[in-house]
Design a protein around this ligand. Structure first.
Ligand SMILES: [Zn+2]
Ligand SMILES: [Zn+2]
Length: 424
């Protein structure tokens, strides 16, 4: 009898679960569990992570006087919004760091979308690809990656993007990044080794899917060419989009910042770096200036459980909130953004209190899926509300792309094992 009751309970649970799924399906969308039912604030009145609000008190920034500002929906929904002719959208794909990657904070990554249809990825850290693919952009359009430096929290998420070959991207993946002091320290060596590490993957799929996406084209930026007389290099120049690279101070030679300019709008991203007047000069007047920032060594050690001495060593290569304020006070961006920070209620207040000691302009602390809409008139900052189960949109029609599968690999499953296959 007892056995029967247990089975009945399982059956009832199964029915309830099925009904719940049916209700969700009928509702036509899946809940994004990043958003709780109620929003909340920190002690100092800043939105908390997961509240559905960007971490700032200035979510709307007017760039000029006397113009009517455009109203946006509370959240950005990729399925419902397109860009105006002169509009840039920047999305934080990953606001965290490596220690450790968190469910709500992927490592570094940013997507820049322009109204002309161009898309650019800046850094592709672990955990960013799920956020990237939820943004309603087909992976065939996500073929330009600019890596700031080769710490794995900035480039270690490249495999899922490379793996879009065959099913989505049938043209090479283009990767820009720094050279190093020696060839093995550069982006070319990194991309060649990524491709080599994927050899089994590529060969095993060669006869099944188009092979045009199985290559990485590296555009290595020669860091030895930078000097006070040559502070930045133009590394991308197409469709009125210009992207400049400039060096920053971080660990060893080969860490970059990037500045993207299009139709008078500008985005600057310096990933890991110690505060310097040089980088602040390169970021001058940018609409959105994203710069790394870390909590104090004591707070970082508490988060990572590493010895304080090691936390102090690591943070010697990074920027603290009061130093970030000094950088912003020179660069004077439309909005200054701290990223790569450990989010938590008390640490958020700590960030804003310390930045305010040295800077009083608009500041935001990055959170995954924070979205900036930038136009000549304004900067609007919201959180994206994307589907946790997003599929990709329709693929583009690309002319002249060979969609035929390639030659099979010489490697075969052994005959004796094949003979044991169950008939389909
Ligand atoms: Zn780094
Ligand atoms: Zn980093």
């Amino acid at each position: 009898m007892k056995h029967y009751k247990t089975r009945q309970n399982y059956w009832m649970c199964g029915l309830a679960f099925t009904l719940a799924l049916l209700i969700m399906a009928c509702a036509g969308q899946y809940e994004d569990f990043r958003f709780p039912r109620e929003s909340s604030t920190t002690k100092n009145g800043y939105p908390t992570p997961l509240s559905g609000n960007p971490l700032t008190k200035t979510p709307v920034i007017a760039k000029m006087q006397g113009v009517t500002l455009k109203e946006y929906p509370k959240h950005y929904d990729p399925a419902k919004e397109s860009l105006a002719d002169n509009e840039m959208r920047i999305t934080v794909l990953g606001s965290g760091g490596p220690a450790p990657v968190r469910r709500a904070q992927a490592a570094s990554g940013y997507l820049v979308e322009l109204a002309n249809g161009d898309n650019f990825i800046f850094d592709i850290g672990p955990g960013t690809s799920g956020n990237l693919y939820s943004m309603g952009v087909h992976p065939a359009y996500l073929d330009k990656v600019f890596i700031n430096h080769l710490h794995l929290d900035h480039c270690g998420g490249i495999f899922p993007l490379f793996d879009a070959m065959g099913w989505a991207r049938n043209t090479p993946l283009h990767v820009w990044g720094p050279s190093g002091s020696t060839p093995e320290l550069g982006t070319k060596a990194f991309t060649e080794n990524i491709r080599k590490a994927a050899e089994w993957h590529v060969q095993s799929k060669r006869k099944l899917l188009p092979t045009g996406g199985t290559t990485i084209t590296c555009h290595e930026i020669d860091v030895s060419k930078f000097s006070p007389a040559n502070p930045r290099q133009l590394v991308y120049d197409k469709n009125d989009v210009k992207i400049y690279a400039f060096p920053v101070v971080h660990c060893i030679d080969g860490s970059l910042g990037y500045r993207l300019e299009w139709k008078g709008l500008s985005f600057v991203y310096t990933a890991d770096s110690e505060a310097s007047t040089f980088e602040a000069e390169q970021a001058k007047g940018a609409d959105v200036f994203i710069h790394e920032v870390f909590p104090s060594p004591e707070d970082f050690a508490a988060h990572t459980k590493m010895p304080l001495e090691h936390a102090e060593n690591a943070l010697g290569e990074h920027t603290l909130p009061n130093e970030l304020g000094l950088i912003f006070s020179i660069a004077k961006p439309g909005v200054g953004v701290g990223s790569h920070y450990t989010l938590g209620d008390a640490l958020i207040d700590n960030f804003f209190e310390n930045v305010a000691k040295t800077y009083d302009g608009p500041v935001l602390l990055a959170h995954d899926l924070t979205v900036f809409n930038v136009t000549p008139e304004q900067i609007v900052i919201r959180q994206a509300k994307t589907s946790m189960l997003a599929s990709v949109p329709n693929p583009p029609k690309l002319e002249g792309v060979d969609m035929n599968p390639g030659e099979p690999s010489d490697s075969k499953t052994p005959d004796w094992l094949i003979k044991t296959k169950i008939e389909k």
